[in-house]
Write a protein that binds this ligand. Structure first.
Ligand code: DAH
Length: 339
């Protein structure tokens, strides 16, 4: 029996040294020390021993149990340490590696100039308002003195959703919304996308941007319009910038004008950029037509106003010397990163 005990001890130690995970270790513990384990089965035979032998073998059995238990405890510690080491190796983090560089976005040139223009107008007390891009015929044409049979509609063909609903061709539609909702004094600009059924080329796009301006109050005259636009252009293009008004026709203003700005390339002398004109056309403007005021419930006998509409692309192209409008819409980062 003594031999059997010693054999169990050496066998247990041998097998313990070979296990590498806690599950197998638990199985070994059951195998050697469990109720149906090898040590127990030997102790069950103690009854056969003589009175002198019994305490000796009993003591040895306790000693063997204690030693196996100790070995198991030690092995648990070793396995845990091994597992930790493995885990640390697997999750190793090299803090000296270079990080992922975050790329910071930029404003599109259209937004750079639009922000500038908004700043200039806010400085003059204007509100910046938004209007719908999907619009009723009434707001885009009818209320602006362009009835269904008006020939000027031909120059602004657009995309129709129904006979009565379209993609707006001009931000002038916002004038009507503003005058319907609020009463004078009014001082707003309204930037936004407009649409026309035009083929794409260097100066045309079916989608482009306009900035509408509207001022309505008592005693507003043409000189207020000129002063406002002169200040805008000086702020945009420098203090020696000059503007010029040419008579024109728009159905929603009377009188109407096209506004040119002195060519920054030649200073008015005439060059290839301004086609020898000395001036470059930038926007349309005029005094709000009394009919338009009346359409919006504002008494033209009491109030008067001026309005203007400018194309943002044209201003941006002049500002940066861009000769093809398509560049503004292609989203080529090699182009956009230059601003
Ligand atoms: N809406 C006109 C266009 O797209 C531009 C314009 C001209 C707007 C005169 C105005 C204005 O407010 O008074 O051609």
């Amino acid at each position: 029996m003594k031999d059997a005990l010693l054999k169990i001890k050496s066998l247990a130690k041998d097998e313990l040294s070979k296990v590498n995970d806690t599950k197998a270790l638990e199985e070994l513990r059951v195998k050697f020390l469990g109720k149906k384990g090898e040590l127990t089965s030997i102790l069950k035979q103690m009854g056969k021993l003589s009175a002198e032998e019994r305490p000796v073998i009993g003591q040895l059995a306790n000693q063997v149990r204690a030693e196996i238990e100790e070995s198991i405890t030690n092995r648990v510690k070793e396995i845990k340490a091994l597992m930790l080491e493995k885990k640390l190796k697997e999750e190793e983090l090299d803090v000296t590696l270079p990080g992922n560089k975050a790329t910071i976005g930029k404003l599109h040139p259209l937004n750079i100039v639009l922000n500038e223009i908004e700043e200039i107008f806010m400085g003059m007390g204007f509100d910046v308002v938004d209007g719908p891009e999907v619009e009723y015929d009434y707001y885009n044409f009818e209320a602006l003195n362009l009835p269904l049979d008006h020939p000027a509609r031909d120059t602004q063909d657009t995309f129709y959703i129904t006979d009565n609903i379209l993609l707006r061709t001009q931000t002038s539609s916002v004038q009507v919304h503003v005058m319907e909702e609020k009463k004078p004094p009014l001082r707003i600009i309204s930037p936004g996308r407009v649409y026309r059924s035009d083929a794409v080329d260097a100066t045309h796009s079916p989608l482009f941007h306009q900035i509408e301006g509207l001022v309505v109050d008592k005693g507003i005259t043409m000189s207020d319009l000129v002063g406002t636009l002169e200040l805008l252009m000086k702020r945009l293009y420098g203090d020696d910038c000059k503007i010029r008004l040419r008579p024109h026709h728009f159905p929603f203003t009377e009188p109407s004008a096209e506004v040119d700005v002195m060519c920054f390339n030649c200073g008015g002398k005439g060059c290839s950029m301004c086609k020898d004109e000395g001036y470059i056309e930038l926007l349309g403007a005029g005094m709000v037509h009394p009919k338009v005021l009346a359409n919006c419930g504002i008494d033209p006998e009491v109030y008067s106003g001026f309005a203007f509409g400018l194309g943002l692309e044209r201003i941006v192209m002049r500002r940066y010397g861009i000769n093809d409008m398509r560049l503004l819409f292609e989203n080529d980062l090699r182009f956009l990163n230059q601003f």
